[in-house]
Design a protein around this ligand. Sequence first.
Ligand code: SF4
Length: 441
Amino acid sequence: MDKTYFIETYGCQMNVYDSEFIADLLSMKGYSRAASPEDASVVLINTCSVRARAERKAITRVQQLVALKRSGRPAYIGVIGCMAQRLGSDLEKAGCRVDLILGPDTYLDLPQIIDGLENRDGPFVDIGQDPACLYSLKPRVHDSVTAFVTIMRGCNNFCSFCIVPYVRGRERSKPLGEVVAEVEHMVGLGVKEVTLLGQNVSSYCGDGTDFASLLRRVSDIEGLRRIRFTTSHPRDLTPEVIEAMRELAKVCEHLHLPLQSGSDRILKIMNRGYTYGQYRDTVELARSRVPGLALTTDLMVGFPSEDDADHEATLQAVKDIAFESAFTFKYSARPGTRASELEDDVPDAEKTRRLQEILGIENRMIDACKQSLAGQEVEILVEGASKREEGYLTGRTRKNWLAKLPAKGVRKGEVVVARVTGVSRWMITCDKVLLKGGGLI
Ligand code: SF4
């Protein structure tokens, strides 16, 4: 068998990081990345279990690949990640007759496991959980100027709707020294911006160091231009982290703070650990201390027993807080969670109606926010050539808005200041580069 692999990744940035870790591991064992599943001897599907829809999508994709395998290529198909952890051998009942099923804590031995597949009758399954499992990424090459660095894994919060603590285990933090070494390594490969990842970075505690101190330490790394982080649990976001955001020039003015619902009654059943009033106080503190802060959130509609008054409370919260953007989802029961024992009593059509109502308000707010940018100067980290428009590069502003700018005289990896000349809902256009080196907004 030739040593080629292809990884398809679904779900959150944690999965993206894990897929990069696996790619690194396989390349150290002589594998090379294939351009498509048809060109690979090993195909891995890294799955998400957070919503029923994400699982259905992954299962459909695995079924397609199983059909492809009958033509002789790829030789092996593996399902890995959170859905693999949740379903294990039951994946076969879902029509996924694959060769490999691995949970998120079992990737270290992947090359040896693949070597042993040849003589197996039936899939290799390992969904054991390792409470100490923490991966560190140290690739030899990295072709992007941005990188994810996982600083912790798992979660202790047990929000009643969420499968993560069950499939990713309890919270554990990567030691401070390892995080710093990993960021330094990535900077050595040309990375200018890191996003520190965890299910709840606000409760980071590596070697007794809290998240605010970690931000300060990472900010000292020479050559690194920007730091982002996600996700922060509203209950655990401390004034110290907000102060670090205010003081450290490298930390971008963007905070992703999932609200989920504006109704205290629903927040309580969700086991979120805060009221809407407490959430709003945290937002007010953050906005007062970090000028120009961009705030984004996650919202869930149709949680069990959510009535019109609860939904109204969420709509009001969206209007009051005026998020820069929101990821809004319909509730779907995840087997094994506490919420799955409650009756899923909001009809799907009503969930859709509530979702559309929130999206309508959100889109108007995004548009207004973007319109207000016209003529302003923004700092952009240039990430590479535009895939859609020749002669243009794309990058992101400090607030994480996608931007495009003319390629002339500007290179990937540069931080520039440019004037906004056009806006659409998802992209800003900057036709005039004013300054290289960055330093503004
Ligand atoms: S904080 Fe809540 S929603 Fe987030 S991963 Fe943990 S349990 Fe899930």
